[in-house]
Ligand binder design. Structure first.
Ligand SMILES: C[S@@+](CC[C@H](N)C(=O)[O-])C[C@H]1O[C@@H](n2cnc3c(N)ncnc32)[C@H](O)[C@@H]1O
Length: 253
């Protein structure tokens, strides 16, 4: 989904993750177990983690006892995932062309990834690989800007132009294209990080990863200065970075 970004920039951004794969695995937040339980229920299922990246959502799926297969277009991201989860089969591919047989999974889930899928091309693929009665689950972590220093960070990142509304737009497009009924669940997670890890995590955002090296350094320097000067973060060695986790379960009709 391109939103307000032009198509060439969107394509560049959605393929940018390989360049930051190692940092991504180390510096992005994980997902709370209750979000996965909401999406998939209590029984172990055969689950496709689509846009699985380095395997941050895979961690929670595996811990909950699901039988996971991972798909992502980025070879570098999948290298990280394979190192983290040697027992999880991982294939290159995308939502618009899923390298799995028809009716082979009980659920398709995507963490922080569905906004990179083309709903009209992906929806028929999701229906194809799902068994009858299967579900689609999308989940996003969104920085909780009720905390003043997180709001200041959000203002500095405003060019990213993604928020809760953008994610809801993606869900609405998939609900139309599948078609599907939607149920939602909100929970929370906190990342304990050093200020430098906050800076590093922002460096893995696609719109920062695609900057020129000089622009990237200048931008991240501004974030470093913000954290060094803000009353909520000044002088702190470890920060608690809060996220709201929004989970959406789509049940195809
Ligand atoms: C922000 S990362 C999220 C990775 C992982 N799910 C997580 O929770 O950390 C987005 C991922 O979506 C992948 N991606 C981009 N376009 C995609 C597409 N059309 N189909 C499937 N995955 C895609 C990227 O390669 C990247 O690994």
């Amino acid at each position: 989904m391109t939103g307000s970004i032009d198509p060439a920039a969107w394509q560049q951004r959605r393929t940018s993750f390989g360049s930051v794969a190692a940092d991504y695995a180390a510096l992005r937040p994980g997902y709370p177990a209750d979000a996965v339980a909401f999406l998939l229920g209590p029984r172990p299922l055969r689950v496709l983690d689509l846009g699985a990246g380095t395997g941050l959502l895979t961690d929670v799926l595996v811990a909950a006892g699901h039988d996971v297969v991972a798909v992502d277009p980025s070879a570098e991201m999948l290298d990280q995932l394979r190192a983290r989860h040697p027992g999880v089969p991982a294939h290159r591919g995308g939502a618009e062309e899923v390298p799995l047989p028809d009716g082979s999974v009980d659920a398709v889930v995507a963490g922080q990834a569905a906004h990179w899928f083309d709903p009209d091309a992906a929806a028929p693929e999701l229906r194809r690989v799902l068994r009858p009665g299967g579900v689609v689950g999308f989940v996003w972590n969104v920085r909780d800007e009720r905390v003043p220093w997180v709001a200041a960070l959000g203002a500095a990142l405003a060019a990213e132009a993604r928020g809760h509304e953008a994610d809801q737009g993606v869900v609405a497009e998939f609900a139309r294209a599948l078609p599907a009924d939607v149920a939602t669940h909100e929970s929370a997670t906190v990342q304990r990080v050093t200020p430098e890890q906050v800076v590093g995590g922002i460096g893995t955002r696609s719109y920062v990863a695609t900057m020129t090296p000089a622009a990237r350094e200048a931008f991240l320097g501004g974030i470093r200065d913000l954290l060094a000067g803000h009353p909520g973060t000044r002088g702190r060695d470890v920060l608690e970075l809060p996220y709201r986790t929004d989970a959406y379960r789509l049940t195809p009709r």
